[in-house]
Design a protein around this ligand. Sequence first.
Ligand code: PLP
Length: 388
Amino acid sequence: MPRSLNPVFAERPVTIFAVMSALANEHGAINLGQGFPDEDGPRALLDAAARFVVEGPNQYAPVTGIPELRQAVARANGRFYGLDVDWERETLVVSGATEGLAASFLAFLQPGDEAIVLAPFYDSYAPMIEAAGARARPINLEPPDWRLAEEALAAAITPKTKLIAVNSPHNPTGKVLADDELALIADVCRAHDLIAVCDEVYEHLIFDGRPHRPLMTLPGMRERTVRIGSAGKTFSLTGWRIGYATGPEHLIAGLVKAHQFVAYTTPAHLQRAVALGLDFGDDYYERFVAEMQQKRDRMRAGLEAAGFDVLPCEGTYFMTVDIRSVGYDGDDMAFCREITQKAKVAAVPVSSFYHPAAPGPRRYARFCFCKKDDVLEEAARRLKSYFG
Ligand SMILES: Cc1ncc(COP(=O)(O)O)c(C=O)c1O
């Protein structure tokens, strides 16, 4: 008899992204399931990284990250959000936002604590909260606008609540939290002395000219918020695994202690290249969001032409559809399998972004649109011919 494994992980399936990507490969489907761009980020960063591999450093970087990148993170906080950040005390380089989130939950939570998550949510949150011995308390948001209701938030708070994880722009829905929703979260954090862990990996992907407003900029939130960004998302380099956390000194100091045992350090040459990217001029950031907005519009038009009701998409590179709108009456998992195998386009079921103890609706599918225009066109053509 093998000895039993940690049920937090053993009882969860492999991620839906791996499942749908494997199915897409097997059936020659266009993979609009997993969220990664099919074109690499800026050539200048690729060239710089290649140069830095040769130049070094190629040994362990400092645990907290190299000063060049931490200084660039502090500057970016000032430039984009008016935040005054001390790079030596208030920043940390992490090995992708996923590691930054995991280290945050391990650093801030203890057995007996509760952490609020807004469902649907990025799939690493609940297992890592539970790995810390804490309980994830999901608030299921309601489509189509996924608004956070004051009563729902109030009902989720208990004397054990320690932390809230906030993701805006939001994966998988493409929602951007409205100012009044941010204000509500801030009120609750202040009233109950909560830590906010803000997953802002899509901070530079908000459409229609809307600015990103970090929760950290709201009154009383600077001292209780850790904001996590991702070079993978901001520079279309998801395989580099570079992220960055910003927060008050006491939280960053705690986070460093978890990070040192989870990742220890992050490749220094890639950090050097990302530092250059954060200092890119506004033209880079404006072009990046404009190109992605065009892709969003192309995807929406294609899905609508195939007969889908498409939910609003204000940011990220994901878009959700109601599968009932094309007359499908099975669940979203079966739908995603069917379109991967038969229409040859892969998507992921939104029901997989919920906590197992609080399942969500089974009628939405998420399509990823950070793909070449001809790939999006071909996917739309296949869906139209399948459902049309
Ligand atoms: C909401 C959200 N958070 C975090 C991540 C992970 O970011 P990283 O690749 O930097 O680990 C993703 C990636 O899909 C995401 O969608």
